[in-house]
Design a protein around this ligand. Structure first.
Ligand code: NAI
Length: 803
């Protein structure tokens, strides 16, 4: 034991242990063995697995390995509880959620200790960060339950929700998922991660204590097999998942075509950008929080340091000095910075990745003697001398490993920051506000922290761009994941006529073009072929196949031909859309509105011609009405171009979070067969209005409604490449769009088979899909706010203020 005088000399920290006894006593009360919580009762588990303390490898308890029967019982209980819970008045639901928040606060120390024992995270973090945020999520969502009827009058809960969560923030992820789901009137089956089920079990007990009606919250513990059974279960209406991109991909594949709603929060490789004018000491402390918080096992960890070249050497020197002071050790010691790694498999993954990096030439720096020998620990690690394409710079290590690279200019910083398949979060450090906001806008990520890092709040949506997944958790944008629009009485799908079926393709032969058939060529010279081509990059382009297909009236009379688009045409169209994206996305909403009004105006000038063509093509008696509604819809989209705006959140910190809507990017659109003009406008209008560029497959049955628009688009100042149109087979071309890695989202209206194909094919780059069955959904009657919401993704930019 050092003397006080010696301590004054070394300034070393002594141990400050938090007692484990209350949590161990709670485990003992349960005989250290747990079943599942189903329908308000504890269900004995036929099989169990051991739960370890990663800090000393001791077995803490045994938890149930959920079987398909357990999952089935839980889904059944949730289904049974749903009708009463969904009709429970918002005020009553609010009281339950508030009671949960209060109970969590009351038992917060027990929760925090149990969490640190189970996960290995420092008690300082579980006590000061996880638990207050957990309580905040329940309290915040109690508020949403209270005001749901006023704020979301046309919405109803989705139904039974299956929620699968990871081990890095076991209780916090539970709160992020369970609170909004219950607030909106859904019932839940939760599957925690196999490494860390304990706080979820304690939560189930709290749910019992507050008298939450049986079946509203169900808990089945187990591994990936249990999760897979939940995903497959036909009684589940929505899956919400947080975890690895690989499992997210598998879940997308399994749920394809099932009609289940899906939100995925996947991995990240988030950049931490430091400019030469930053407060460097502040940035170093920020970096500690960014990458060494929770042992770096954080989906949004700032794992890629990008530092301006002029300060690289000095900054890295400060980082190393700070790293040498980080204390790795017993998670229950209050003076510890870095705890234990959750499991040996995770430790092995980290070690393997770092050693592979070292073998390929990376310089790996770790403070000496940093780790205790018992338990699963890994020291804070700085990797330099790697290229942006190296494995360590690209792969999510999910450990306390920082990879450093440098940049020269702000543009290079943004390019490097975006050089990843992920897009979850970023930190930007600079004292120059213009530079900070400009870089924040340029980085493709769901959350950007300016001069700060790892800030979270229930009021601000959290979620990813690109392969980091889709859907948001928190805020109003997170709520909409748990509700569905209730069709108003105005929905009249059946009035709109039957859905035309896909007919066998008839390719044009010599003499089949209506201009040629039965008529002698009276013009001097050869016949002029008016077959419309494809519309790519603002120009008409011949289809690569060299074929065209016949277009006929409902009675079979041929009235025209269109190009038979193929894979290559789609590739060209995507390239054109990508090239047009940056400037269209940067165009002001006001400008986009002007252009959409202009399209409407030019369509109105030719309304009679369009109506007669529509009547001829579709046999519709209300063709004039369809044109009129299309013009009106264009006006609505123009109106919203500068009005569908973001929000300013004021979370409990000194600062604000700007929730800024941004376009998704290049979107593929497969239009319905029926109402070919209105269907086209109803899907393309909102996307273009929000700054996306599109590749559209127009109505396969009545494509001339779209090809007739080429001239309208040409004369309305729509920039080349913003709207690209490829005629041909909806089913095969939409699959090509869904497979294309440079397409960011696909909207599809069509058949059940087509929906399955599109959703399954989307897993390549985890693009967002929004699919409807024609005949079930009339796209022209989809509410505008929902369509616009699907056309954007929200970026939260956190801006601190004050000292
Ligand atoms: P994981 O993705 O396998 O586990 C997350 C959850 O999914 C767990 O509850 C697990 O039981 C469940 N699960 C696994 N397979 C499933 C399936 N086929 N169907 C349904 N549910 C399934 O993550 P894991 O293996 O624990 O960690 C591996 C890597 O994943 C980490 O090294 C890290 O890179 C990443 N990860 C990312 C997280 C994030 O928050 N973004 C969280 C956890 C892991």
């Amino acid at each position: 034991m050092p003397s006080v005088a010696e301590i004054f000399e070394t300034m070393a920290w002594g141990p400050a242990p938090e007692a484990a006894e209350p949590a161990l006593a709670w485990l003992d009360q349960h005989g250290r063995k747990f079943g599942h919580f189903v329908g308000g009762q504890w269900r004995t588990a036929a099989q169990t697995f051991a739960v370890f303390n990663p800090a000393d490898r001791a077995t803490l308890a045994h938890a149930g390995q959920g079987s398909p029967e357990d999952v089935d019982a839980a889904v059944g209980a949730a289904r049974q509880a749903f009708s009463a819970w969904s009709q429970t008045p918002g005020h009553l639901r609010a009281r339950y959620l508030y009671a949960l928040a209060r109970q969590i606060q009351k038992h917060s120390r027990l929760f925090a200790v149990l969490e640190s024992l189970d996960n290995g995270k420092p008690i300082r973090e579980s006590r000061d960060l996880d638990l207050p945020l957990v309580a905040r999520h329940f309290a915040y969502h109690a508020g949403w339950a209270q005001i749901m009827a006023d704020e979301l009058p046309d919405y109803a809960p989705v139904g039974v929700v299956g929620q699968i969560i990871p081990w890095n923030f076991p209780l916090l992820m539970l709160a992020w998922k369970v609170a909004p789901a219950l607030a909106m009137g859904n019932t839940v089956v939760l599957k925690p991660a196999e490494f860390t089920p304990l706080t979820a079990l304690l939560f189930a007990e709290i749910a019992e204590t507050v008298g939450l009606p049986p079946g509203v919250f169900n808990l089945v513990t187990g591994d990936g097999e249990t999760g897979a059974a939940l995903v497959r279960h036909p009684g589940v209406d929505k899956i919400a998942f947080t975890g690895s991109t690989e499992v997210g991909r598998a879940i997308r594949q399994v749920t394809a075509g099932s009609g289940k709603r899906l939100s995925l929060e996947l991995g990240g490789k988030s950049p931490f950008v430091v400019f030469d004018d930053a407060d460097l000491d502040g940035a170093v402390e920020g970096l500690v929080d960014a990458i060494w918080f929770n042992q770096g096992q954080v989906c949004c960890a700032g794992s890629r340091l990008l530092v301006q070249e002029s300060i690289e050497r000095a900054f890295l020197a400060r980082v190393r000095t700070r790293m040498a002071k980080l204390r790795v050790g017993d998670p229950l010691d209050k003076a510890i910075d870095i705890g234990a790694i959750v499991a040996p498999s995770q430790l092995e993954r980290i070690t393997t990745l770092v050693e592979a990096g070292r073998a390929s030439g990376a310089e790996v720096w770790q403070p000496p003697d940093a780790c205790p020998v018992d338990g699963w620990f890994y020291p804070p690690t700085l990797v330099t001398g790697v290229g942006p394409a190296s494995e360590l710079a690209q792969v999510e290590v999910f450990g306390p490993v920082l990879v450093a690279m440098s940049f020269r200019t702000p543009a290079e910083a943004v390019a490097l920051a975006n050089n990843t398949r992920y897009g979850l979060a970023a930190s930007v450090w600079t004292q120059d506000i213009d530079q900070a906001l400009d870089v924040a806008r340029g980085i493709q990520a769901g959350t950007v922290w300016i001069n700060s890092t790892n800030l979270f709040d229930a009021s601000s949506g959290f979620g990813g761009y690109r392969e980091s997944g889709f859907g948001r958790e928190g805020g109003r944008e997170g709520l909409v994941e748990y509700v569905r629009r209730v069709p108003r009485s105005g929905f009249r799908v059946s009035d709109s006529g039957p859905t035309p079926t896909v007919e066998p393709v008839r390719h044009a032969q010599p003499g089949t073009h209506p201009a040629e058939r039965g008529t002698r060529n009276t013009e001097p010279g050869p016949l002029i072929d008016r077959t419309p081509k494809l519309y790519i990059g603002g120009k008409q382009a011949r289809p690569d196949s060299g074929y065209s297909r016949l277009v006929s009236t409902p009675s079979g009379q041929v009235i025209g031909e269109v190009g038979e688009g193929n894979r290559k045409d789609i590739r060209n169209a995507v390239e054109a859309a990508r090239a047009a994206l940056a400037s269209w996305a940067a165009t002001t909403g006001y400008n986009r509105a002007q252009i959409l009004y202009y399209v409407a105006e030019n369509l109105a000038a030719r309304a009679t011609e369009f109506a007669s063509r529509l009547a001829q093509m579709t046999g519709a008696v209300d063709a004039e009405n369809e044109v009129e509604l299309s013009i009106e819809r264009l006006f609505t989209c123009a109106a919203y171009a500068d009005k569908f705006e973001g929000q300013v959140h004021v979370p409990p910190m000194r600062g604000a979070a700007l929730a800024v809507p941004e376009p998704i990017g290049v979107v593929g659109v497969a239009c319905p067969m029926r109402r070919p003009l209105l269907g086209f406008v109803s899907l393309v209008g909102p996307l273009v209005s929000m700054g996306n560029t599109v590749v559209v497959l127009p109505s396969e049955r009545h494509p001339l409604a779209a090809t007739d628009l080429y001239q309208v688009l040409d004369t309305s100042d729509v920039p080349p490449g913003v709207i690209n149109i490829v005629t041909g087979s909806r089913e095969s071309l939409s699959k090509v769009l869904a497979e294309h890695d440079d397409v960011d989202a696909v909207w599809y209206v069509g058949t059940a088979d087509g929906r399955r194909e599109v959703e399954a094919a989307s897993i390549g780059n985890m693009k967002r899909t929004w699919a409807h069955l024609e005949g079930e959904t009339a796209v022209e009657e989809l509410p505008t706010d929902e369509t616009l919401r699907q056309a954007i993704q929200i970026k939260n930019i956190w801006i601190p203020w004050g000292a």
